[in-house]
Ligand binder design. Structure first.
Ligand SMILES: [Zn+2]
Length: 340
């Protein structure tokens, strides 16, 4: 099969890779319907995370079940399924508490690489959620968004304790930040303030429910948000970047006792003293997307939400290198890769 492989920084290629086969009795093999490039794929692509040997890429996926192992009972061949970036049993104590991305048996899908024609999904019963029927083509981008960026934005809003009437500051205008806006609106936030300097992202943010768009960053953004909230700061912050500056902007933007949901893959050390005196609740990490999938699938199938709009570049998997370049150069928010 064909699959994307990162050979060195900024060198991603579509290589011939071995067809996956059932390795464990809980596995399923899926034929990808669509896949995409994640903002977090840019960390190794840019060389910020080391690439020691050629690495298969991709951890977002929707597809049709081709084959199941002998222990799989909850899904069957022919079904359209969605999973997330960690396979999880969905039965252990951690999963039952809603933290499937820290499942005691978790396996990273990124090591498998779903920017490919086929993928082996471990722990299929716990990981994959099937739709009631094979969806129409126009809903595929939204289901694909649920696989990571929508579920991650959703967790950001849940972790930030967004409830009706709150003011929410969103840091990051990538796909996760924009879908954090969508989630905050769904949870009834009264005011949603996002930092963005890009016209197309600002437009999408407003479409998803942002009430205010500010162009300031860092300390200037913090000062602006304080001005907008009687000097107090927002109730909730959704951090969707992962740098030191964005974390400090999120912490600075919320009031004492406020909540920050941080879902950008953090590459930063934080100043302890500043954290101590902030009185901020911090809750984040790799989103337990599996927790939210049944609800998100319902919202998408009934067309209540349309998160597929975050894909502003759709190209064939064959052109995967261009998909990475476009996101790296911020010409695209998010690239959807189609398969034949
Ligand atoms: Zn588990």
């Amino acid at each position: 099969m064909k699959g994307a492989v990162l050979h060195a920084p900024r060198d991603v290629r579509l290589d011939e890779r071995p067809d996956p086969t059932i390795a464990e009795p809980g596995d399923a093999i899926i034929r990808l319907t669509a896949t995409c490039v994640c903002g977090s794929d840019l960390w190794p692509y840019r060389g910020i995370e080391a690439v020691d040997s050629p690495a298969p890429m991709g951890h977002e996926y929707v597809g049709i079940v081709e084959e199941i192992g002998r222990e799989v009972t909850s899904i069957r061949p022919g079904q359209f399924v969605i999973g997330s970036f960690f396979a999880s049993d969905n039965t252990c104590e951690i999963c039952r508490a809603g933290y499937q991305s820290s499942c005691v048996h978790r396996q990273p899908i990124g090591a498998i690489g779903t920017q490919a024609e086929y993928a082996r999904i471990p722990l299929a019963d716990g990981t994959l959620v099937a739709t009631a029927e094979v969806p129409p083509a126009d809903l595929i981008p939204s289901y694909l968004a649920a696989s990571d960026v929508l579920g991650t934005g959703w967790f950001g809003a849940v972790a930030a304790e967004v409830v009706p009437g709150t003011t929410v500051a969103v840091i990051g205008d990538g796909a996760v930040g924009l879908l954090g806006v969508m989630a905050a609106a769904h949870f009834g936030a009264e005011r949603i303030i996002i930092s963005s300097r890009h016209a197309s992202r600002q437009r999408l943010a407003r479409e998803f429910g942002a009430t205010d768009v500010i162009e300031e960053r860092g300390d200037n953004a913090v000062a602006r948000i304080k001005d907008m909230t009687d000097g107090l700061g927002a109730h909730c912050g959704i951090e969707a970047v992962g740098t030191r500056e964005s974390m400090l902007q999120a912490i600075g933007s919320v009031r004492p006792g406020g909540h920050v949901g941080y879902v950008g893959v953090t590459h930063a050390d934080l100043p302890g003293k500043q954290l101590f005196y902030s009185h901020t609740h911090l809750h984040g990490g790799p989103a337990p997307v599996r927790r939210f999938l049944p609800e998100l699938i319902d919202l998408i199938s009934e067309r209540t939400i349309d998160p597929g709009k975050v894909f502003d570049l759709t190209i064939p998997l064959d052109d995967v290198a261009e998909g990475y370049r476009a996101m790296d150069e911020r010409r695209a928010v998010k690239t959807l890769l189609t398969l034949d």
